[in-house]
Design a protein around this ligand. Structure first.
Ligand code: A2P
Length: 275
């Protein structure tokens, strides 16, 4: 008689952390950016675009948690996150070393304003992101509702360097090419998607901050569309603090008003996570 082979795969993992989930995938995009996927608690329901608190156990024996946008859509079996690596950041200095099989704390209480419920119906939906602010849109762009509700969906992403666009560019390519996503969202709906990446510190086809390109009108000229107006345009914004402040001013200048879950209007804003 041969002994049954016992491997890591055959021993069920017993969670050792409160609200523990298991890392299933890690990808490093640049020396400062990475994405990872974790198991999804069976009871977790969320709206695409929302965030949760995730983290690791601190040295003091208490959880060290930060708000992270869920980058995967609400129908996905797993949860995806997109993160910066800050070398002396309390959480990301450790999070960047995550490996498949590691545990992560995830508090299953999703919240956030970058949700369809917080904006009024419109014709054209804009997603404005800088850096890791792309994450909530990675969720919304894989949600069929995003395309069903609008005639046109435009995602702009401004980063310093070309390499920092990779996660977003890859996601856009997968939405256009992945058979499962094509079937789910529909070819007609996918034709509504426009992607407008820009860089500020390295040469790329479109250079400059999206804020400057909106003010000058170049983005409208490049896309061959009419300028933003409150009757047709809706926007969701996620980026660094200075960017959020500036783009709010620009959108208000176009006549859009800031909405919330309890009071939907023409645009909504959320700060991208920084450790
Ligand atoms: P810039 O290189 O001109 O600062 P960060 O990596 O600092 O979070 O920035 C991400 C991107 O957001 C960069 O391309 C940066 O451009 C841009 N950015 C920073 N502040 C603003 C702002 N106030 N308005 C528009 N874009 C901004």
């Amino acid at each position: 008689m041969t002994e049954a082979l016992v491997t890591d795969q055959t021993i069920p993992k017993v969670p050792t952390l409160p609200d523990a989930q298991t890392v299933t995938y890690v990808k490093h995009w640049t020396d400062k950016l990475f994405s990872f996927r974790v198991s999804r608690p069976a009871s977790l329901r969320f709206r695409s675009g929302e965030f949760v608190m995730i983290g690791l156990m601190g040295d003091n024996g208490r959880p060290l948690l930060r708000a992270y946008s869920i980058a995967s859509p609400s129908w996905d079996e797993e949860l995806e996150f997109y993160s910066i690596k800050v070398q002396d950041g309390p959480l990301t200095s450790r999070l960047q070393h995550l490996k498949v099989g590691d545990e992560l704390i995830l508090r299953p209480k999703p919240v956030g304003t970058l949700v369809h419920d917080a904006i009024l119906p419109g014709k054209r939906l804009w997603f404005f992101a800088t850096g890791t602010g792309f994450a909530p849109f990675a969720s919304l762009l894989r949600d069929p509702q995003t395309f069903e509700d609008y005639d046109e969906v435009i995602i702009t992403h401004t980063c310093r360097e070309v390499g920092e666009l990779a996660y977003g560019a890859n996601l856009i390519a997968s939405i256009r090419e992945d058979e499962m996503l094509q079937e789910l969202i529909g070819a007609e709906n996918l034709a509504k998607l426009r992607y407008y990446p820009t860089t500020t510190r390295e040469e790329s086809p479109t250079m400059g901050r999206i804020t400057d390109l909106l003010r000058s009108g170049q983005v409208f000229a490049d896309l061959g569309i009419e300028p933003i107006e409150p009757g047709a345009d809706r926007a969701m914004v996620c980026g660094n603090l200075a960017f959020n402040v500036e783009i709010k001013e620009i959108l208000e200048g176009f006549g859009l008003r800031e909405g919330a879950n309890s009071d939907p209007k023409e645009y909504v804003v959320e700060k991208a996570f920084v450790d």
